[in-house]
Design a protein around this ligand. Structure first.
Ligand SMILES: Cc1cc2nc3c(=O)[nH]c(=O)nc-3n(C[C@H](O)[C@H](O)[C@H](O)COP(=O)(O)OP(=O)(O)OC[C@H]3O[C@@H](n4cnc5c(N)ncnc54)[C@H](O)[C@@H]3O)c2cc1C
Ligand code: FES
Length: 260
């Protein structure tokens, strides 16, 4: 398993939608990456030593692609990176999605906002490894300013939803799935907490296996600070508490196992 702090060279960096950036890096850990894992990206400034967790959007043997929204100091600094610059990366972090759970099944991938990028790597892996060809991606955006949806179309069936109804289904991705009539065997998802709660509730009601990636705030990223704990429905047999660390036990959890 690849896990260390290394310098990665910027191959390209571009804005693909308002405040959404697409960063490609030459990164030695790319060949060991799994969809749903993330990396810690370090801003250069000494005043901000904490890594910023960003999900792996896609990867091949040598390159890693990250797609992120500019929301504050760190992501604003990353948005100024140019071809040939280098940046420190800690990775690969977290467990990722277990693609073997999808073998021969009807799989529904759900992404909301900046939770959409990791679902693209997952959709590509399901296709490239021939795990299943019955994959539907439900992608939820704020409005008509979509991103990455054309790339999903190359590898699976795509269903769009938007908060304001400007594009696709008017409403959230759970309601879009319900109205589509598609019966999922497995759901895999990443997005804001209200969306993940809705998926957990829906999947439990319909008895569907659901795996959700929790992208809450983090500090160390390696299990040391307990800054990212989530309540679990089962007791941890080491610590005897109902807690899990999102950075090391997750970020992907069986939706039944977390109390969100
Ligand atoms: C496992 C994981 C994977 C992630 N993957 C992605 C990704 O692929 N693309 C992407 O754009 N973002 C992703 N994020 C969120 C990303 O880490 C934060 O947006 C980033 O750290 C913000 O850094 P900043 O210095 O720009 O903002 P800060 O200056 O630190 O914060 C600016 C604002 O953003 C809010 N914020 C910061 N982090 C988060 C967070 N995790 N969730 C919600 N609000 C936050 C702060 O409360 C504040 O209001 C991920 C987070 C986690 C934990
Ligand atoms: S971020 Fe430190 S334990 Fe998870």
């Amino acid at each position: 398993m690849f896990m260390k702090k290394v310098k990665a060279e910027v191959i390209s960096s571009k804005m693909i939608e308002k405040d959404i950036y697409d960063l490609c890096l030459n990164y030695e850990g790319a060949k060991d990456a799994k969809p749903g894992q993330f990396v810690g990206v370090f801003p250069e400034s000494d005043a901000h030593l904490l890594m910023r967790p960003i999900s792996i959007c896609s990867f091949d043997d040598k390159t890693l692609r990250l797609v992120y929204r500019v929301v504050g100091f760190g992501t604003d600094e990353f948005s100024k990176l140019k071809e040939g610059d280098s940046i420190e990366i800690l990775g690969n972090l977290g467990n990722g999605f277990d693609v073997d759970l999808c073998k021969g099944k009807t799989v529904v991938l759900m992404g909301g906002g900046i939770g959409i990028p990791p679902m693209l790597g997952l959709a590509k892996t399901l296709k490239d490894k021939g795990i299943t060809d019955d994959v539907h991606a439900f992608l939820g955006y704020r409005d008509k300013n979509t991103f990455l949806d054309k790339e999903f179309e190359e590898v699976c069936n795509v269903h769009l939803a938007s908060d304001n109804g400007e594009i696709g289904f008017h409403g959230n991705v759970v309601d879009a799935l319900k109205s589509s009539g598609i019966k999922a065997d497995v759901i895999m998802a990443c997005g804001p907490m209200p969306m993940l709660k809705g998926i957990k509730y829906y999947a439990e009601g319909e008895n569907i296996d659901a795996y959700i990636s929790l992208e809450e705030r983090m500090a160390c990223g390696v299990g040391a600070c307990l800054g990212c704990v989530v309540k679990t429905t089962k007791e941890d047999h080491h610590s005897h508490v109902n807690n899990a660390r999102i950075c090391t036990d997750g970020p992907v959890f069986d939706a039944r196992d977390v109390d969100i």
